[in-house]
Ligand binder design. Structure first.
Ligand code: SAM
Length: 277
């Protein structure tokens, strides 16, 4: 089977990419300006950190459950191998930057968190290939309930749009709602759409600027239920994640470790944040 046929067969409906909207250009341009501003004026932060193993132990202690058992579930192994095969089949000059896809530890942690928290409502910002979405949805399938709301800009390039959310399995799509647009524009609307109820899990993996991360955390925090969990990628880029510590959460950790079984490419160093309210 050719690489292209194999790739399309992973997204069996081969749905057309979502249509572009003039707002997409404005959202993207605002993001570029924000990222440029951050590069010039915002310092990186060297947070105290903990290893993967330590963090898993602490999360298990805080939330209860059996992390080792969850991490050896066949559903997690299947999600990992499906995503690994999918990413390996995407030619290097097509799709999104591969490094945009959630790393193996962030993806595993999102699965673990969603098995322990058992969210009814999960929200994530930043989809691209949909790797993190696939792991969250795999956990929801195991839980037997839950809905994931994913917010992302629609890719501007047609060639890239074909790959949008390609890792989300067809069978999980009934648990999944995609909300196109910037998190700044979409999150406030989303909360009223879902009836102003509480959120159990939030993953930040969109634009890692101080302005955007602060906005997303400020939107999510009041709506996150007690015992709910936030996972945020690349928290060292600015001080927004540190501000969550001041809200006196049950657990606040920055994980710094190295991949052992990457989903693509070489084993990479990894940093992400975890908060339990
Ligand atoms: C690192 S990638 C997400 C990867 C994804 N979580 C995965 O595991 O495959 C970042 C994504 O954030 C999106 N993005 C950038 N700025 C955004 C914004 N302001 N609001 C929502 N999404 C944004 C980009 O379009 C891109 O798809």
């Amino acid at each position: 089977m050719s690489r292209r046929v194999k790739l399309l067969s992973m997204n069996p409906t081969n749905e057309p990419p979502p249509p572009r909207h003039p707002r997409d250009f404005l959202d993207s341009t605002a993001g570029y300006a924000d990222a440029f501003f951050q590069r010039l004026f915002v310092n990186r932060v060297d947070y105290d950190s903990t290893s993967w193993d330590e963090t898993v132990r602490e999360v298990e202690k805080t939330l209860g459950g059996n992390a080792a058992k969850v991490l050896s579930e066949p559903a997690l192994e299947k999600a990992e191998s499906d995503v690994r095969n999918l990413l390996a089949d995407i030619p290097p000059d097509e799709g999104f930057h591969k490094k945009w896809a959630a790393d193996s530890l962030l993806a595993r942690f999102s699965y673990l968190a969603c098995r322990l928290v058992k969210p009814e409502v999960a929200v994530e910002s930043g989809v691209a290939y949909g790797v993190s979405s696939a792991f969250i949805l795999a956990a929801m399938e195991e839980n037997g309930w839950g809905r994931l709301h994913s917010v992302d800009l629609r890719p501007l390039r047609r060639n890239t749009r074909r790959f949008h959310a390609i890792a989300v399995p067809e069978k999980s799509k009934e648990r999944w709602s995609f909300h196109p647009g910037s998190s700044r524009r979409i999150l406030p609307k989303l909360f009223s759409e879902i009836g102003g109820g509480e959120i159990d899990f939030f993953l930040h993996d969109s634009l890692h600027t101080l302005r955007n991360m602060r906005f997303e955390f400020d939107e999510i925090w009041p709506r996150l239920r007690s015992g709910g969990l936030i996972v945020a990628d690349d928290v060292e880029r600015n001080g927004a994640f540190g501000e969550l510590k001041k809200k006196e959460p049950s657990l606040w950790r920055v994980v710094r470790d190295r991949e052992t079984h990457p989903l693509h490419g070489n084993k990479a160093p990894v940093t992400f944040g975890v908060v339990v309210k």
